[in-house]
Each structure stands twice: as C-alpha cells, then as structure tokens.
Design a protein around this ligand. Sequence first.
Ligand SMILES: NC(=O)c1ccc[n+]([C@@H]2O[C@H](COP(=O)([O-])OP(=O)(O)OC[C@H]3O[C@@H](n4cnc5c(N)ncnc54)[C@H](O)[C@@H]3O)[C@@H](O)[C@H]2O)c1
Length: 331
Amino acid sequence: LTQSGLTDRRAIIITDANVAGLFLDEIKTLLVPHFSTVSHHIIPAGETSKNFTALQDILTAFQHAGLDRHSLVIALGGGVVGDLAGFAASIYMRGVAWANLPTTLLAQADSAVGGKTAIDFCGTKNLIGSFHQPALIYVNTAALATLPQDQYISGLAEVVKYGIIDDALFFDYLWYNRHHIADRNVQVLEHILHTSYKIKAKIVAQDEKDTGLRQVLNYGHTFGHAIESLTDFTLPHGHCVALGMICAAAYSRMDASQTGRIATLLDFFGLPTKLPAPYNFTADDVYKMMQQDKKATHGTITLIISHAIGSVEITHGAKESDILTTITAIL
Ligand SMILES: NC(=O)c1ccc[n+]([C@@H]2O[C@H](COP(=O)([O-])OP(=O)(O)OC[C@H]3O[C@@H](n4cnc5c(N)ncnc54)[C@H](O)[C@@H]3O)[C@@H](O)[C@H]2O)c1
C-alpha cells in the first residue's frame, strides 16, 4: 500500500469509539513512518452510525485531512466501520483506495470480504451503497480477545452459514471443534477465517455485483433481516441470522437429523433457535417485513434453501402459506 515516488501520501483511520480506545494508537504508530500525515476520525459505535450524517462527517474529515486521489482510507473496526468508511472512500473524489482492518468476528469472517459498502436509509438496511473492493484486508485474530461475548457469537452465525451453504466438511469441523471455538482458540479461529474467506471469495468472484449466485450468501438472511428490523436492531445481526437459518432449514424441508445438528450447534454457541423474550411477534409480522426486504422484487420473496448441509439453491416466488408455516419453527 505504500507507493514509491510519492512524497505526500496521506492516510486517515476511521474507527468507532470502542475500537479507538483499544487499537487506534497502536495502528497509528505503525502507519506514521509510511505516510506524510495520518489523521483519524471516530464515529459513535453501533448500527445507528450507518447514516448520512455520519457519512458526511467522515467526508468532511477527509477534506480537512487534505486527502487526494493517492490517499488511503483505513477502516479499523467491525462491519459498521467497514461499510461506512468503505462507502465514503468509494465516493470521495470518485473513489480513493481503502484498507480494511476488521476487529469483530463478523467482519473478519464475512463482511470484510466482497467489497460491499453501504449506509442504512429510510429504515432499510444497506439501501444506499456501492461496490468498492478494499486494496488490503488485514486480519489479526488477537483483536478478538476483547470482543464482547454477544458480538463474538453473532459472528459465529455467519461462520456456521458457510458450512451450511458450501462445505459439509467445514460444518463437521465446526461441530467437532465447538469447544475450542467457544474458547476462542486462535489456531481454530485461523482455520475458520481462512475457510470462510475461501468460500466467500469463490462465490463473490463468480458474481461480484450480486445479480445471481452471490445471493446464496443470504442464506437465512431474508428471515433474519426481517427479524432484525422487527427488533429495531436490538438483537445482534448474527442472532437474527441464526433464527433465519432455522426458518430456512424448515422451509427447505431439510432432513430432521441435519436440522437438529444445525440447531444444536447454534444453541451450543449461545445463539437463539427460538425467538427470545421479550420479543413477541407473529409469523405474519415477519412475513410482512420480509416483503419489504430490498431483495424482494415487487413483494415476491427469493429464498435460499438447503436440502442438505453443504449445498444450496435459489428459489423465487416462495408461497405465503409455506413461509408462514416455516416461521412458526422459531415461535
Ligand atoms: N459489507 C458486507 O458484505 C457485510 C456483510 C455482513 C454484515 N455487514 C454489516 O456489518 C455490520 C455488523 O458488523 P459487526 O457485527 O462487526 O458490528 P459493529 O461494527 O457494530 O461491531 C460490534 C460492536 O463491537 C465493538 N467492537 C469492534 N471490535 C471490537 C473489539 N476487537 N473488541 C471490543 N469491541 C469491539 C464495536 O465498537 C461495536 O460496539 C452491519 O451493519 C451489517 O450490515 C456487512
């Protein structure tokens, strides 16, 4: 990322208030020798920062830092920081390079790969965004040591998803190593991240702009996003995806023993397989929200189904009655 011949190359680190306290100084110190200036900008932590105001603040920080086309934007944090900083980098001066330094399991295993950037808009997640691949993704599993347990297990839901959609052997690996995973064993985590990356990269390489195959990454997410919206984003993303995967397995009429293994693994990690208290909505509430999903076409719902762990297919025009029955699996 260092460019020879440039005497004035500037960098800016975008991070959130929690991550700044943990890693900002260390990362800044590492970068200072390689850039003429290294500034930083701190956003409030959490999903509510994925909005226009935070985006505008970041673009203003770019301008104050004197960034130009040769500058580098560094996202240091979870998926929120990555989505927001990546989007800002994609539109500033029609696009400047960015590096992603993910610090949550969800970001390390999933969101840092694939080049999707976005903010939420009018109550819809990721409605405004772009495809802008990072020039570098740097993953350090040591960062996960400070991650709160709820956030850690939220990331595990996406990891389990990779086993279900693409790799039965990987699912077995997760199953047999579940105690090490729960203990955040670094070697096991490295294998998990490596495999998740390989699977995601393979799929994204075939459909970068998400017009076909990439939709399989959405396994469990159509249900999950609806649940997430209904909880007003108070239930972490991965918890909602876990519930969504239970619904997807029910919709797919997956063999009971395989559905049981998925549910047992999610439950072992502490992820919900039934809608937890105090949330209390009906199958109809979830269905109505699913129809508003930005990936629903004129209210027609596309679902990713898996008849057996390790393989998926995309189905369009799912029937309302089937979906409603399916949702009762988590109620
Ligand atoms: N671009 C994509 O392809 C893609 C894919 C999946 C999800 N996402 C997006 O990712 C976002 C969710 O990401 P997330 O789960 O990482 O949430 P997040 O970025 O909000 O991070 C979760 C919390 O953990 C804190 N945190 C981060 N790293 C920490 C560390 N090492 N130690 C202690 N605390 C730490 C953060 O401050 C925050 O409070 C959503 O907005 C979702 O839409 C994007």
